[in-house]
Design a protein around this ligand. Structure first.
Ligand code: NAD
Length: 258
């Protein structure tokens, strides 16, 4: 049986790719497309379409919603999903701690999945990084540089923060206590307990994250490059198939699928 999918943010960079993949994959049926830019909702076939999820959801019974939009929009969708018992996959990044906490509460009422990076590569990296960090020991300074396209709204990227949290945990630090995302002027020596995360923006870069482990006489660089948005879209669809029929719990993450 195919999983019915509603794509929220269907005219966006991610939404378009997700809708195209769902349309071409018999494991899914694309039943709804939502975007506030309703004039751009073209080539919709049999789909229910509209400018808000509240308008489209009643026409798509049993669907899983995939949402790649903006934090306030995704949160409003999660509130509606919790009311209706609709499973929701969120790929949006840039949530505040308070917004994430509310998402966690809503996940107790309807199955909600959230990952700031849906690629297999980054999530496998999350498994390997703690081991690498611990094996190298604390003589190695950790820094990260991320590159994204010039339309990206949040900085550092959700992926950089997720990787940063993973690295900080491996050192028994909290990322918020040790993150440095700007250096300018007479900044003095680099503190030992620090993880630098710098953001570069330009062109049409889909996403590159490089982590540097810099120690005495040597340096290790670990780079993940997303070549296309398809890798994230495939991950979102995989999460939707996994989420369908699941019970509400805590906020599900990519590690739950692996
Ligand atoms: P985008 O700006 O291209 O697309 C967002 C779409 O949402 C737009 O079409 C916009 O019209 C629509 N939208 C905005 N507000 C709306 C509303 N109130 N109601 C209905 N539609 C609305 O952005 P994008 O590049 O597709 O990225 C979207 C989000 O996904 C960002 O937060 C980005 O960082 C994140 N992202 C996550 C992953 C991942 O793997 N988790 C990968 C890439 C991007």
């Amino acid at each position: 049986m195919s999983t019915p999918i509603v794509v929220m943010g269907a005219c966006g960079r991610m939404g378009r790719v997700i809708a195209d993949l769902a349309r071409d994959d018999e494991a899914f049926s694309l039943v709804g497309l939502v975007d506030s830019r309703t004039d751009a909702l073209t080539m919709t076939g049999d789909c229910a379409t509209g400018g808000t999820l509240a308008e489209v959801l009643p026409r798509c019974p049993g669907a899983v919603v995939i949402d790649f939009t903006a934090p306030a929009v995704s949160l409003a969708d999660a509130r509606l999903a919790a009311e209706k018992g609709t499973p929701l996959v969120i790929g949006t990044t840039g949530f505040s701690p308070e917004q994430l906490q509310e998402l966690g509460e809503l996940a107790k009422r309807t199955p909600i999945f959230w990952s700031s990076n849906m690629s297999v590569g980054v999530n496998v990296l999350m498994k390997i990084l703690p081991e690498l960090t611990k094996a190298l020991g604390d003589k190695y300074d950790i820094e990260m540089v991320e590159l994204h396209h010039n339309r990206k709204k949040d900085s550092p990227s959700g992926t950089a923060l997720m990787l940063g949290e993973c690295l900080a945990e491996a050192r028994d630090w909290k990322l918020d206590d040790v993150r440095c995302s700007a250096r300018d002027g007479i900044i003095g020596e680099r503190p030992k307990a620090q993880i630098g995360i710098q953001a570069i923006r330009g062109g049409d870069v889909v996403g590159v994250h490089t982590i540097y482990f810099m120690g005495p006489g040597e340096r290790i660089e670990v780079t993940h490059q997303a070549h296309s948005r398809e890798t994230f879209a495939q991950g979102a669809l995989r999460a939707a198939a996994w989420l369908a029929g699941r019970e509400p719990s805590r906020l599900y993450r990519m590690q739950d699928i692996f």
